[in-house]
Design a protein around this ligand. Sequence first.
Ligand SMILES: [Cu+2]
Length: 162
Amino acid sequence: MKLAHLPLMLLLFATSAFVHAGDKLVITDPWIREMPPGAAASAGYMKIMNHGESNRILVGAESPDFETVMLHRTVMEGELSKMVHQPTITLPARGTVELEPNSYHLMMMKPKRALVAGDKVVVTLKFKDGDSQEVEHHVRADMGGMKNMNHGHNHGHGHNSH
Ligand SMILES: [Cu+2]
């Protein structure tokens, strides 16, 4: 009887060791912008801290609630903002990268269900080294975080920009 449990214990051991190898990223405040009904896309944001000794390269993401998730960056061209696809986002060793409105974001396309404020969405970040990390994003109405409370930028242009 006791022997029968041994393989399971070994498996649990191996699994937790594996998770540990890749968990140097600390992610805070993950959220997704609530979409109006029928919208084709939304954007996901978070702050990623890499406490590790080496750079991590984010190469993509996926979510069971969206057909496609892409890495995007919003850049200004004069008065116009536009979104540029990013093949990768580098998370520098001992550094922090913020995915936030008007900067880097996850472009969440073709939602598979209606998502309203308060809902949770699981997003899996994928890294060049083959690792992945799951993050639970919270759906929020419009902007989140104090930083976006000031009305300095973002007046009007491109209601579709993130
Ligand atoms: Cu975008």
